[in-house]
Every structure is written in structure tokens, then in C-alpha cells.
Design a protein around this ligand. Sequence first.
Ligand code: FES
Length: 176
Amino acid sequence: MERKHYKQEINMTEALIARINELISHYPEGKQKSALLPVLHEVQDAHNNWLSIELQDKVAEILQIKPIEVYEVVTFYTMFNQKPIGKYMFEFCQTSCCCLRGAEDLMDYTSEKLGIKMGETTPDGMFTIAGVECLGACGYAPMMQLGDFYKEKLTEEKIDQIIADCRDDKIILHDK
Ligand code: FES
């Protein structure tokens, strides 16, 4: 199956390069590859929460590693996005505890409310919804991740409120 190629404007600002160099400095000389995960998070955060092939190649160049070493990490972890996503990405836990507490019904509810299927983005670029594996907050099921934060013990009413808060620009996505 042919994969769609998405274009992305790459903007490696001085501040971003300085942050990357700082992350690399946490590891011994010649072991800069060890900084790959935190570097990918920083680069993704600075690029509308997704990583094009060109951007992954740039990371490989900076870390002086092979592009495939970046691709294999990006394609393994669901927290890295390989195509443009909405400003607000609802990542619903779809593992057992959350499912037992109604996650599937909530995903259906959200899907219907936003008019998109799981894995899709609303035409206005505001919302993406996705299912992910256990996020380690099973005691607060059903839950989802939104940016750096967890939204727990979800109900349809809470979903309505979260969507309204997103639309009103009242949601903080990052903790830094
Ligand atoms: S099963 Fe949902 S957070 Fe663990």
C-alpha cells in the first residue's frame, strides 16, 4: 500500500537547537543517540505535534545517526505522530480496565459528537481522536491523555465540557 506523503515546514530555531544540545550533553561523548527520545519529544512539540520524514531525517543528521534509527523509534511509539493531527488530540485508553468502565461507549460518543472516526481529524484541524494502549492510570478509568495531561474518570458530560473548553481555548496542553 502506498503511503501518503505529508509536507511540513521545518523550523529548527536557535532555542530548539540549544535545547537539543543541552539534552545531548546529558550523555557521554559519542553516545548522543541516547538522547533520541527526549529530542524527538522536543522537536515534535515545536512542530505542531507531528514529525514528517524530512523532520525525522533532520533529527538523524543532528544526532549523527542513520535515518532508519529514527524511523524505527517514531513508528514504534504511539506518542509520535507521523502525519498532521488536530490541535487537540484525544488519546483514549482502550485497554481492559478502561473498556470495562465504558471507554468504548465514550469513544463512540466522542466520534459521533465530532463527526469523525477514530484516527481521524476534524476538517477544521481542531480535534483528532485515537485509541491507545494502557496509560497506567487504570484506577481512574475511563481516561484519556490530552497533551501532557490525563483526563480521568470520564463521562459524556466531561467529554462535552472538555470539547467546549478546547473550543474556548481554555485547555492547557503542556506542562512547561
Ligand atoms: S487500562 Fe486504561 S489506563 Fe490502564
